[in-house]
Design a protein around this ligand. Structure first.
Ligand code: SF4
Length: 232
């Protein structure tokens, strides 16, 4: 009985979020598949997320609170959950901005599964690194930290790095290009390592992505193709 009620709460909340029209990219979408982002903007048919997975996402927020408490009591935290200054096509909210030894840092907290061995991790995951770089850019802060928390063992690992203006140019260009594709109804290419890329394994658009070819295709032609397939 309670399971159904709790699941419904999470699923309704998610549907409400999805009903809102998208006008901006989220910083957390940096490094993610352009085709999947396109489908999200166009509200393409997708597999509904399971309530369990939505609760896993929420659990990540609690983990953030666990690491935040000691940082606050040490007097290091300037602000948390801070939105980037208004931008035409990008929005996002940094987890933490703090100051250590006179230097300001943007900190992003990522919870990872117990299957990943943090001691063997030599560098941050590229998409996480890109996200923090974008926060550094929008907040005009020179140093970033990615703090990984193993949610099963509570082990921590952090990576400290400098702002990379060259990378930012590439990331902003990528978002600009995707915006043009969305406006001109051109579905971007599949990921080059589809279907083995981890994003494809968990992708809610996998079913419709499988229907069409790997290359770019017009959105209206694609919709006709889906309609024909589903009416057969
Ligand atoms: S299945 Fe893979 S290539 Fe297709 S939209 Fe999803 S993530 Fe992108």
């Amino acid at each position: 009985m309670l399971k159904e009620l709790i699941d419904k709460f999470y699923l309704d909340r998610e549907r409400e979020k999805e009903d809102k029209e998208r006008t901006r990219f989220y910083i957390s979408e940096s490094g993610k598949c352009s085709r999947a982002i396109f489908f999200r903007f166009k509200r393409a048919p997708k597999k509904e997320l399971e309530a369990e997975r939505l609760r896993v996402f929420e659990f990540g927020n609690h983990i953030q609170q666990i690491v935040l408490r000691p940082l606050v009591s040490l007097g290091l935290v300037e602000t948390t959950e801070v939105p980037i200054p208004p931008h035409q096509i990008i929005s996002g909210r940094a987890d933490i901005i703090l100051k250590v030894g006179g230097e300001r840092y943007v900190v992003d907290v990522k919870s990872i599964s117990g299957r990943m061995n943090l001691t063997k991790m030599e560098r941050p995951m590229p998409e996480h690194y890109e996200q923090v770089q974008l926060y550094l850019h929008f907040f005009k802060i020179k140093k970033g930290i990615l703090l990984y928390v193993n949610k099963d063992t509570q082990e921590l690992k952090d990576f400290v790095f400098d702002y990379d203006g060259y990378l930012i140019e590439k990331l902003l260009k990528r978002f600009e290009n995707l915006k043009l594709k969305i406006e001109s109804n051109i579905i971007p290419n599949r990921l080059s390592d589809y279907p083995i890329n981890w994003q494809c394994q968990n992708c809610e658009y996998r079913e419709i992505c499988d229907i069409v070819s790997a290359g770019e295709i017009n959105w209206d032609d694609f919709k006709k193709k889906i309609e024909t397939q589903t009416s057969e």
